[in-house]
Design a protein around this ligand. Structure first.
Ligand SMILES: [Zn+2]
Length: 65
């Protein structure tokens, strides 16, 4: 068992030390920290907003038809 290799082989989020999914400017981030750092909100609020936009667009399209 060589514990050092775990950290050398795998990307770790620099903020929360979880598994990193994204590399931005040479730094590793997990998806949720990436969103908070670069988009300025959590994935949850981003997706909620996106869903609301799509819902609004769908309703608008139904009105026009
Ligand atoms: Zn993180």
């Amino acid at each position: 068992m060589d514990n050092c290799n775990i950290w050398m082989d795998k990307r770790i989020c620099i903020r929360c030390k979880k598994k990193a999914d994204v590399v931005e400017k040479g730094k590793d981030y997990c998806a949720s920290c990436y969103f908070i750092c670069f988009i300025g909100e959590t994935i949850e609020s981003y997706e909620k907003r996106k869903n609301e936009l799509e819902e609004r667009r769908r309703i608008k399209n139904e009105d026009n038809s």
